[in-house]
Design a protein around this ligand. Structure first.
Ligand code: HEC
Length: 138
């Protein structure tokens, strides 16, 4: 193997490693939102069936997911989206606390209030492609 070829190989390996690191740092936004959607639905089911512990687990997962959402919007300087993500995270915490103490009425109230953050962010920052998908509008 000549030196130049070795150098090319090293460069390719370095670029590959860097891209993988970036990919691991941030998974694609639609994957996070799909997770949010599924967990949000599961949370409602658990609240409706009085399963406090399972609902609290979903709420805790949502808190983490919205932290991820917040991390996505932070570098874009899109303040309203950042605030909506923050409020959704706080909402998930409130739902979780109420569910843990089996106060389903309070948990469902927080659920309804938190859902407004989903709608507001989608209105402002989600674009329907009309082909069964969505785009991010920063
Ligand atoms: C900070 C903004 C923001 C908040 C808050 C937010 N979303 Fe989203 N969501 C988006 C954007 C932007 C898209 C479109 C881009 C995409 O699909 O990746 C989206 C897409 C989605 C999708 C479609 C995913 C797909 O690609 O199939 C679902 C489901 C979803 N959101 C559910 C929710 C639910 C449920 C909540 C609240 C519990 C919520 N979102 C809160 C911004 C937000």
């Amino acid at each position: 193997m000549n030196r130049q070829f070795a150098l090319v190989l090293i460069t390719v390996a370095a670029v590959f490693a860097a891209t993988t690191a970036i990919a691991q740092q941030h998974r694609p936004y639609d994957q996070v939102m799909k997770d949010v959607g599924a967990t949000w639905a599961s949370l409602k089911k658990n609240l409706d069936s009085n399963s406090g512990a399972a609902a609290a687990e979903d709420a805790a997962k949502l808190q983490g997911l919205f932290a991820e959402v917040q991390g996505f919007w932070a570098p874009l300087n899109t303040n309203d989206a950042l605030n909506l993500a923050k409020r959704a995270q706080e909402g998930a915490a409130a739902i979780g606390a109420a569910a843990k103490s089996n106060n389903m009425k309070a948990a469902l109230d927080s659920y309804a209030a938190t859902q407004k953050n989903c709608g507001n962010c989608h209105l402002a920052h989600r674009e329907d492609t009309g082909k069964g998908g969505f785009l991010i509008r920063p």
